[in-house]
Design a protein around this ligand. Structure first.
Ligand SMILES: [Zn+2]
Length: 68
């Protein structure tokens, strides 16, 4: 037991990488930069903010339906 847990996991400092936003979170399609894409931001139980992008609202809605 220790009240000062000093576990360093992962790389640290690497938050929301932009790379994930280059692909649709559902179908994996490459997302063009010049086109607006639906984005879904979620906060996980541990406080991590997760951003997902989708190629269109069809994929977004399908992903949302699958989440439930
Ligand atoms: Zn998609």
């Amino acid at each position: 037991m220790s009240d000062s847990s000093d576990e360093s996991e992962g790389t640290g400092g690497a938050e929301a990488t932009g790379d994930d936003l280059d692909y649709c979170a559902r179908c994996g399609a490459t997302l063009p930069d010049e086109v607006w894409c639906p984005v879904r931001t979620e906060r996980e139980p541990d406080g991590t903010v997760r951003i997902r992008s989708f190629c269109d609202e069809t994929c977004l809605n399908a992903w949302l339906a699958a989440e439930e």
